[in-house]
Design a protein around this ligand. Structure first.
Ligand SMILES: [Zn+2]
Length: 254
């Protein structure tokens, strides 16, 4: 499979060839414009597709036949929904992973404590989760990651080595920062799109269609739909004899 370094090498090589052809007046300059345009489109798609592993290796599922699944919640802790999520998980004897935003931890440290007391795993989901975070330099990524790590440690006494990129966007700068901080990049194999769809029925249907052993489900505990969706998923998974584990457990099985 082609990786980022190979892509850059081929991209640069063909770019030079096109420039030579243009200099020799064999082709128009528009070929270069078109080439650069498609080159950057491919880079954009690669940034949004963690499973390509172009910039950093992402853990997106465990290859197994064992009926284990990891449910993950992003963007919390949230005072309205996180306590309800915790109650449901307890009711179904399920463990999950919460990828928390530093800014939210600062506002709701007790919720983060409650998550760990219940035996769930915590992951780092940046400090700000800003819309432009994908354009951050390595230095900015390090600040985002280290600030949130410090908040998790200060609040729960625990350290996390799990990181989930906001919006699932990976870049060379993020990859370099994760190498420095030694975090594992955790993606997903089953995206609910619960920040897009408004109907719990549509979201549950989408998730349940993609249920597989070793899968990682992405939900958000700041969405109004997360409670009915989670309840439905837990009911089905229980009836199909799945064990709900943390992403740490899946990583250990790996
Ligand atoms: Zn997020």
């Amino acid at each position: 499979m082609i990786n980022f370094k190979l892509y850059v090498s081929f991209f640069s090589l063909f770019c030079c060839l096109i420039i030579v052809f243009i200099t020799l007046e064999l082709i128009s300059i528009w070929w270069l414009v078109l080439y650069l345009f498609f080159g950057f489109i491919i880079l954009g798609i690669a940034s949004l597709t963690m499973r390509w592993d172009w910039f950093t290796k992402a853990f997106i599922h465990l290859k197994t036949t064992k009926k284990v699944i990891a449910i993950t919640f992003d963007d919390g802790p949230n005072p309205e929904f996180t306590p309800q999520v915790l109650a449901l998980l307890k009711q179904y004897n399920a463990k999950a992973t919460f990828f928390c935003i530093g800014r939210q931890i600062e506002k709701h440290p007790d919720l983060l404590k409650a998550i760990t007391i219940d035996g769930h795993a915590i992951g780092n989901h940046s400090y700000s989760h800003s819309k432009t975070i994908g354009f951050s330099t390595k230095k900015s990524w390090l600040k985002e990651i280290e600030r949130t790590d410090a908040l998790i440690k200060q609040t729960t006494g625990r350290q996390t080595k799990l990181f989930r990129p906001p919006f699932g966007v990976t870049t060379p700068h993020l990859a370099s920062a994760l190498k420095t901080t030694n975090h594992t990049c955790v993606g997903w194999s089953n995206r609910s799109f619960d920040t897009f769809f408004k109907s719990p029925k549509t979201i549950s249907k989408r998730v349940l269609k993609r249920i597989k052993p070793g899968g990682i489900i992405l939900l958000h505990d700041n969405q109004v739909t997360c409670i009915p969706v989670l309840e439905h998923i837990l009911q089905v998974l229980q009836s199909e004899h799945y064990t709900l584990v943390t992403t740490n457990d899946l990583l250990h099985e790996k």
